[in-house]
Design a protein around this ligand. Sequence first.
Ligand SMILES: C[S@@+](CC[C@H](N)C(=O)[O-])C[C@H]1O[C@@H](n2cnc3c(N)ncnc32)[C@H](O)[C@@H]1O
Length: 278
Amino acid sequence: MQEVPAAKSAAAPPIDDDVEDAMHSLFAPQYSLATFRFGEEKSLQIKTSLSSSTDYDMTGAIVWPASELLCWFILKHPDFFRGRRIIELGSGASALPGLVVSGLASIVCLTDGMPELIEKTVENIDINKATFAPGTSVSAHVLRWGDDDSLAATLHEEFHGQPVDVILGADIVVWENVLPQLFHTIGRIFAHHRAAAGGSNPPVGAEGEAAWAHVPCAVLTYQRRFLSGERTMAQLAETEHFRVLRLDALGFLGPEEKERFAASEHGVDYALMVLMPQ
Ligand SMILES: C[S@@+](CC[C@H](N)C(=O)[O-])C[C@H]1O[C@@H](n2cnc3c(N)ncnc32)[C@H](O)[C@@H]1O
């Protein structure tokens, strides 16, 4: 009788040896190049994913609508952003607002807590460098909120002791449990500005500018999802001694752009919040 070799049962390695890889491939975003246009003025090519996973913390693989809203805010207020030193927190892979502001600012540092996303951000910087203002330094760093050492290293490396003028954040107030770390990091960046300014921190704004247009400040756009998150943010702003300005999130848009956000998702309520040290 012919001997039958033992079945090789698809030669799969023991599952527990390969869990990390298997989970990664299951949740790995599929990136492709997409064009983001902002009227006639601006067009960027961005490597982005069409889907993301919240389970594997890859929400930053896609471009969230709040990110496009923040881009419009920047493009509608170019004089405020021109020549500024800027850090984007939770930029995700696309870092769309940070790349848009790179056409105006002097230093732009794009940051996220997920190293996998920052690898893509580096590629997006490279693809779009022809759109940056001449001489603008644009970099990408892994930065987890609440990690003071990484923040100090990033500020030292990219800003060379100079203060950060503007913090950008699109849809980064999604998780209530990390809001304390996020607000702490914003507070540290404001404190760094105060230290660089010799201990005082009077907001600097051009004459005739709107009430929000001062440095340092944090400009955050987001989709309003949880009322409890709004309450937590109000409490944290008080603890960190931030002044909070809430602006009309769509008020600066033209009718066509407004339509795009109003029509994009029914019932989505966008928010635009500016934080400043008191
Ligand atoms: C909803 S996504 C928004 C991404 C991008 N700003 C946008 O609007 O398209 C939130 C981003 O925050 C990042 N993030 C979440 N928790 C973080 C933390 N503790 N430290 C740093 N980044 C964090 C995520 O990795 C993700 O990229």
